[in-house]
Write a protein that binds this ligand. Structure first.
Ligand code: E4P
Length: 254
């Protein structure tokens, strides 16, 4: 499953792509673009310079407006994926644009039937919104699982992008449900690496290393290897214990 950031914030995107090295795309929407405080075209072009696979959303409603708007957005950069809404107009525009080779993301998907329609018009991506379904007491992850199953059954190649993710459990459940891509806010991605036992483990390894003077020995280039600290918690708790032969076996050998 590919990991995308759901943001138009350049600093967050730089961190995810260059510092963490785990982000392979970005989804934006009119709300996120408005938050970034730049005009749509400038911001999308900047994001495209950082990462491939950048979804940029149309704001027209009618097919005849969506088609030229989609062409215009697609012309901004080769990394752009044009987002259209899950409406009859959006689907009709998607069909025309996809026929011209534009990569389309049909957004605001809430049912399997809508996902089938997106596939029928040749969408590159469909975006089911998990969190917004959970918000109204429906099962967002179940929708991902059902769309993935229907697509597999029908041999559909449209990618399932799990969107509107609100927490790390949404991310792991999207992967288990078979999503091709998960897009999430920066905060959610940041939380994916966190576990208290990982933090404790790192701290303990470093403390043992320091206590044994291992860093000092190699830094000085001395050939005297650091003597292991036998009082170290790590050694006393992690070293394998000698296995004693079961009584019967020992007796048989004797
Ligand atoms: C996806 O493309 C959308 O931008 C996004 O995931 C919507 O998330 P929200 O429901 O938290 O606004």
């Amino acid at each position: 499953m590919q990991l995308f950031l759901d943001t138009a914030d350049l600093e967050e995107i730089h961190t995810g792509v260059e510092q963490w090295g785990v982000v392979s795309g970005v989804t934006t929407n009119p709300t996120l673009i408005a938050k970034a405080g730049q005009d749509h075209e400038t911001q999308v072009k900047r994001i495209c310079e950082i990462v491939g696979n950048v979804s940029a959303e149309c704001v027209s409603e009618k097919k005849d407006d969506l088609i030229p708007e989609g062409r215009r957005i697609a012309s901004w950069h080769e990394n752009v994926i044009v987002k259209v809404p899950m409406t009859w107009d959006g689907l009709a525009a998607a069909k025309v644009l996809a026929g011209e080779g534009v990569r389309i993301n049909v957004t605001l998907c809430f049912t399997v039937n809508q996902a089938l329609l997106a596939a029928t018009v040749g969408a590159y991506i469909v975006s089911p919104f998990v969190g917004r379904l959970d918000d109204i007491n429906q099962d967002g992850i179940r929708l991902i699982r059902d769309i993935v199953a229907a697509y597999r059954e029908q041999g559909v190649t449209t990618k399932v992008l799990s969107a509107s993710l609100r927490n790390p459990i949404h991310v792991q459940d999207s992967a288990l449900a078979g999503a091709d891509i998960a897009t999430m806010p920066f905060k959610v991605m940041e939380s994916l690496v966190t576990h208290p036992l990982t933090d404790q483990g790192v701290a303990r390894f470093l403390a043992d290393y320091e206590r044994a003077g291992a860093g000092r020995a190699s830094a000085a280039g001395a050939d005297a290897r650091a003597k292991p600290d036998l009082r170290s918690d790590y050694r006393t708790t992690q070293e394998p214990k000698a296995v004693e032969a079961p009584q019967g076996q020992a007796a048989a050998k004797a």
